[in-house]
Design a protein around this ligand. Structure first.
Ligand SMILES: Cc1cc2nc3c(=O)[nH]c(=O)nc-3n(C[C@H](O)[C@H](O)[C@H](O)COP(=O)(O)OP(=O)(O)OC[C@H]3O[C@@H](n4cnc5c(N)ncnc54)[C@H](O)[C@@H]3O)c2cc1C
Length: 327
């Protein structure tokens, strides 16, 4: 029997998260190299219809826990569900996205099934029929290469780092309907979203971030305007958060969020090592700063030496014109 790579296909509000599909895509890539099969795991309410989409990214089989009691994320019940599949399918590896849900879920499941967990991985290689994971350590100053003893080899995957597979709608999927005990000691009774309608920072493809050079909360709107024009999420340096201009949920860096967007625009941010720790794996970095010696220029792919108060309104106008022309 072929071995199995299990991928947690995270969904929220009935929509698959890109990070969940990245886990499925990477599972497919590794399974092809190992001669293994891919099994997806879907947990939620009204989620069975998502199985085809999970399959199109590479799953051969999808284990579906579809229950109204599973509508909101619960550490206890979701961990029970994933652990149940691991115990029955005995996969060689388990991939979970390193999202806020995955960060809570994966360690619990690893403890339940006695698996070793490597978190926040940025790549995998297949060596001698087993996985080797690479992850950043010491705030991105070095990389560690890790291997597991025993199975399952369990890992969380940094969002936006792993390539999405080309979806193939013709893939046939086997849906395995599962049930799980849904009693929990803690139950979510309501969700009060603070950023309703806004793009989650850790999963955003484009981020526009502002720093202390904006001089005051009243000017942070310049960053938000550019972000809105580009369909981007808003980020901030710690100096801005400590000054109370924006909430901590927007902070990027060592003591904030780690992001890997396709495009990161740093506006009046000096590029302190603690900030770089959270964004240096971005694919393209654009820095706007009036100091030619600002450290951010060392990691930037494109640098704009100039005053944010002049550059940002022009960029926002250009972005609006660009997207209006495309619409
Ligand atoms: C333990 C620890 C953890 C930390 N964690 C984090 C973290 O998670 N995230 C984080 O960001 N920081 C973190 N820091 C703080 C970090 O060291 C820096 O202090 C912080 O990142 C600086 O923020 P900044 O770049 O906005 O401000 P500054 O360093 O003051 O830089 C402002 C920049 O704006 C430029 N500028 C000024 N005016 C203009 C203008 N008109 N136009 C264009 N450019 C202009 C300046 O040239 C300068 O480069 C941490 C520090 C410690 C000790």
């Amino acid at each position: 029997m072929a071995s199995i790579i299990l991928a947690f296909a995270e969904q929220r509000d009935g929509k698959l998260k890109r990070a969940g599909l990245e886990a499925v895509s990477e599972a497919r890539r590794l399974a092809t190299a190992l001669g293994a099969e891919v099994a997806g795991v879907l947990v939620g309410s009204g989620v069975v219809s998502l199985a085809d989409e999970v399959a199109s990214y590479g799953a051969d089989r999808v284990h579906v826990f579809d229950d109204t009691q599973l509508e909101s994320y619960s550490s206890e019940t979701y961990a029970r569900a994933l652990a149940q599949v691991i115990e029955s399918a005995k996969p060689a590896a388990v991939l979970v996205p390193f999202t806020s849900m995955g960060k809570d879920l994966a360690p619990r499941v690893a403890a339940k099934v006695g698996a070793g967990l490597v978190s926040d991985c940025s790549s995998f290689e297949v060596k001698d029929g087993r996985l080797e994971a690479r992850r950043a350590v010491y705030s991105g100053k070095a990389h560690a290469t890790l291997r597991w003893r025993g199975e399952p080899q369990m890992a969380t995957l940094r969002p936006n780092v792993f390539a999405l597979a080309e979806p193939d709608g013709s893939r046939k999927v086997e849906v395995v309907k599962e049930t799980v005990e849904t009693t929990a000691r803690v139950r979510c009774t309501a969700v009060h979203a603070t950023s309703a309608g806004k793009i989650e920072l850790t999963e955003a493809q484009i981020i526009v971030s502002g720093g202390r050079g904006l001089k005051g909360a009243e000017h942070f709107g310049l960053v938000e305007d550019l972000a809105a024009a580009m369909g981007a999420a808003v980020g901030a340096s710690r100096a801005v958060v400590d000054a109370g201009w924006v909430d901590h949920q927007f902070q990027v860096g060592q003591t904030g969020k780690t992001v890997s967007p396709s495009l990161y625009v740093a506006c009046a941010i000096s590029g302190a090592i603690q900030h770089l720790a959270g964004m240096s794996s971005s694919k393209v970095i654009v820095a706007i700063n009036k100091d030619p010696d600002a450290p951010i220029f060392k990691v930037a792919n494109y640098g704009i030496l100039g005053d944010v108060f002049e550059v940002l309104p022009k960029l926002t106008e250009a972005a609006k014109a660009h997207f209006a022309a495309k619409a």
